[in-house]
Structures are given as structure tokens and as C-alpha cells.
Design a protein around this ligand. Structure first.
Ligand SMILES: [Fe+2]
Length: 222
């Protein structure tokens, strides 16, 4: 499997754009950039060690990244609070949910990298001709109903071939910041994903639900 080097730089752009939209100060923007650059550092070790980027058959790449950072001690010159923020954000960038019990600062940066990461993955999915995306794939009723009740779909609940794209579409429900949703809307990511699925009435309901979710959230935040 070829390593997509571009993957490791794109979040830097998205995370900076989102950080700018939140009016973060220059130091916090720098911290966001550090998180953007380092959050997938575990991918290199993962590929070297296991020959795959699949966490489910190797190791969680975020946890692996934290071990790499500990080993190379690259964060040691940061103040303790900033080191905690970077580690927290990397650890949770790929988890199903962000724990809400952390400090407000940790949550701001954790939300930032989660938005930037989702956006990057979605942008790549719609910009490349990917063999992983097929046209007309069927979806399961459970996954469709999960989205229609406002829930993000988990990897473990996927049953039918089209469910993986529905899961990616459901990430919209977990987006934290307006700019992320605006970018998703401007790039017509939802439209470009939904055409890959078997066009049924239920899928059109999912599309309408998510489209309306994006529009309402953008309106609310402005
Ligand atoms: Fe990642």
C-alpha cells in the first residue's frame, strides 16, 4: 500500500483555517499547528511495524503516536499545560467521542483536530477516484435509522457495503465548528458522497436530514 504523504500535511491547513475562525491568539494557533503536524505521527511507525494503516488489525495509531512522541521527547520543551493539550488532542483525534470532562483548553484543541481530521478525510474521499468507494452500494436500515435519530455511526455497526460511506456522512453530526461545516457545504462533500449510494427514499431522507443539520448549525453560529 503506498503511503499518501500529502495526507500528513493537509490538516495543517484546515486546522489553521479553523483556528483563525475562532480568533485564537498567535500562540494558540502555533499550538494548533503543532497538533496538526504531529497528530498522525503514529502512522509511520504503524506502517513500518504492521504494513497497514488499519487500526483494527494493528494498533490505534493515536496511541502509537503518543508512544513515539514519548520516545523522541519532542514535546519536552513545551510548558506542561501545552504538552498536556497536545497529547490529549492527539490521543482523542480519532476516537469515537471526545471526553467532555477535560479542561476547556484541551477541549478546544481536541475539537479543532477532530474537525480538521474529518474534513481532510472527507475532502480526500471526494477528490480521489478511490477503489474503496463504489456506486450504488446498499445500506443497512440500522445505520440509516441511527443517522436519522441524530447519532454518529460507529465502525463496529457497519453491515452493508454502503454503510461505510454513511458512517463518513454521519461525522457531520459530530462537527464542532461552523467553518468546518461551511467547508463541507462549499465543497459539496455531502452531495458527492451520497451519489455513491443506492438511491432509495431512505437515503434521500438521510441526505435531507444532514443537509438541514448543516444549514441550521451554520445559521445558529452566525
Ligand atoms: Fe489520524
Amino acid at each position: 500500500m503506498p503511503i499518501n504523504i500529502q495526507k500528513f500535511g493537509v490538516e495543517g491547513i484546515n486546522i489553521l483555517d479553523i483556528a483563525a475562525s475562532l480568533d485564537l491568539n498567535p500562540n494558540d494557533r502555533r499550538l494548533a499547528e503543532v497538533i496538526g503536524l504531529l497528530h498522525d505521527i503514529g502512522r509511520f511507525e504503524q506502517f513500518v511495524k504492521y504494513g497497514t494503516f488499519r487500526d483494527d488489525i494493528s494498533e490505534d495509531h493515536a496511541e502509537l503516536g503518543l508512544k513515539v512522541l514519548e520516545k523522541i521527547q519532542i514535546l519536552n520543551d513545551l510548558p506542561e499545560e501545552e504538552k498536556n493539550i497536545v497529547e490529549f488532542s492527539i490521543k482523542y483525534h480519532n476516537k469515537f467521542m471526545l471526553p467532555q470532562s477535560e479542561s476547556a483548553d484541551c477541549l478546544v484543541f481536541g475539537k479543532l483536530i477532530r474537525d480538521a481530521d474529518k474534513l481532510d478525510i472527507l475532502e480526500q474521499l471526494v477528490s480521489e477516484v478511490s477503489p474503496n468507494i463504489s456506486t450504488g452500494d446498499e445500506c443497512s436500515a440500522e445505520v440509516i435509522n441511527s443517522i436519522l435519530s441524530g447519532k454518529v455511526v460507529s465502525f463496529t455497526s457497519l453491515k452493508m457495503p454502503g454503510d461505510i460511506n454513511l458512517m463518513r456522512m454521519s461525522w457531520i453530526l459530530d462537527v464542532n465548528y461552523s467553518l468546518t461545516l461551511k467547508k463541507i457545504m462549499d465543497k459539496q462533500i455531502l452531495e458527492r458522497l451520497v451519489v455513491k449510494l443506492q438511491q432509495t427514499e431512505e437515503i434521500q431522507k438521510v441526505y435531507a436530514y444532514l443537509k438541514s443539520f448543516i444549514e441550521r448549525r451554520i445559521d445558529l453560529d452566525n
